[in-house]
Design a protein around this ligand. Structure first.
Ligand code: PXP
Length: 244
C-alpha cells in the first residue's frame, strides 16, 4: 500500500481571479512557481476554447519557466492540437468541452469518437507528449482509450465527489478502484481528478497503483485562507498519510 501519488495542481482559477480585473494580479507564473516550491509534482492548466481563464501567452510563459512537468488540458480540436504540438508540454489531458459548462462535465465519450480521438492521440503521441484521456470509470471507455493508443487515462472523480450519501460515495469509490485495476491490466497509467477536496482526496490517493491526482478548485479556494504553499502542503500531507 505504501506508494507515492503525484500531486498535479490545476491553477486555472488563479487565472480566473487575474482576469476578473484584466491586469496581471495575481501573477500566474509567480503562483505556479510557489506551488512547485511547496511540493507539487506538476502544474495543470486548461486552455479552453473561450480562454476564460488560461490564455495562450500563459501557456508559453509557463512552458519556459516551470520546473515541474506541465500538463495541458484541452479539447480534441485541431486548434488545440496545433498549440500543443508547438508548446510541447510534458503531458496533454484531452477533455470534453462545452461552451456553456461551468467546469468539465463528465468524461470523454471515447467509444463514440474513436476515429477523431485516435487521430489526435496519434499526433500527440508522435510528438512525444504523454497523452491522457479524461474518462468516467467505465470499462468500455477505458478499453476504447487503450485501443486508440492513449498511454494514460485520468478517471473523472466528479460522481464520487458529488455523492449524496456515504453509501453512494462508497460505491463510487469502488467503481474507481475497479476501473483502476482494469486499466492497469491493460497497461495504462491511471490518474484521477475533479472535485477532490481535503475531505475526500485520501481515499482516492489510497487506490492501489494510482499515479497522479489533479486538483484545482478546492486547493485554490483553501489558499485564500492559508496561502498557496500551505494549501499545497495540506493536500500533500493528506495524500501521503492515506498511502502509508
Ligand atoms: N482534471 C481535469 C481533467 C479537469 O478538467 C479538472 C477541472 O478543470 C480537474 C482535474 C480539477 O478539478 P477541480 O478543479 O474540481 O479540482
Amino acid at each position: 500500500m505504501n506508494h507515492y501519488v503525484k500531486l498535479g495542481v490545476n491553477i486555472d482559477h488563479v487565472a480566473t481571479l487575474r482576469n476578473a480585473r484584466g491586469g496581471q494580479d495575481p501573477v500566474l507564473l509567480q503562483m505556479a512557481l510557489a506551488v512547485e516550491e511547496a511540493g507539487a509534482d506538476g502544474i495543470t492548466i486548461h486552455l479552453r476554447e473561450d480562454r476564460r481563464h488560461i490564455r495562450d501567452d500563459d501557456v508559453w510563459l509557463l512552458r519556459s519557466h516551470l520546473r515541474t512537468p506541465m500538463n495541458l488540458e484541452m479539447a480534441a480540436t485541431d486548434e488545440m492540437v496545433r498549440i500543443a504540438l508547438k508548446a510541447l508540454p510534458k503531458a496533454c489531458c484531452i477533455v470534453p468541452e462545452h461552451r456553456r459548462e461551468v467546469t468539465t462535465e463528465g468524461g470523454l465519450d471515447v467509444v463514440n469518437q474513436l476515429s477523431l480521438l485516435g487521430m489526435q492521440v496519434a499526433k500527440l503521441n508522435d510528438a512525444g507528449i504523454e497523452v491522457s484521456l479524461f474518462i468516467d470509470a467505465d470499462m468500455n471507455q477505458i478499453q476504447a482509450a487503450h485501443d486508440i493508443g492513449a498511454p494514460v487515462i485520468e478517471l473523472h472523480t466528479g460522481e464520487y465527489a458529488n455523492a449524496a450519501t456515504p453509501e453512494q460515495m462508497g460505491s463510487e469509490l469502488e467503481r474507481l478502484e475497479e476501473a483502476t485495476v482494469f486499466a492497469q491490466g491493460l497497461g495504462l497509467v491511471v490518474n484521477a481528478g475533479h472535485g477532490l477536496t481535503k475531505f475526500n482526496v485520501g481515499a482516492v490517493a489510497a487506490i492501489d497503483g494510482m499515479n497522479e491526482l489533479n486538483i484545482g478548485h478546492s486547493l485554490v479556494a483553501r489558499a485564500l485562507m492559508v496561502g498557496l504553499p500551505q494549501a499545497v502542503g495540506e493536500f500533500r500531507a493528506i495524500m501521503d498519510r492515506a498511502c502509508l
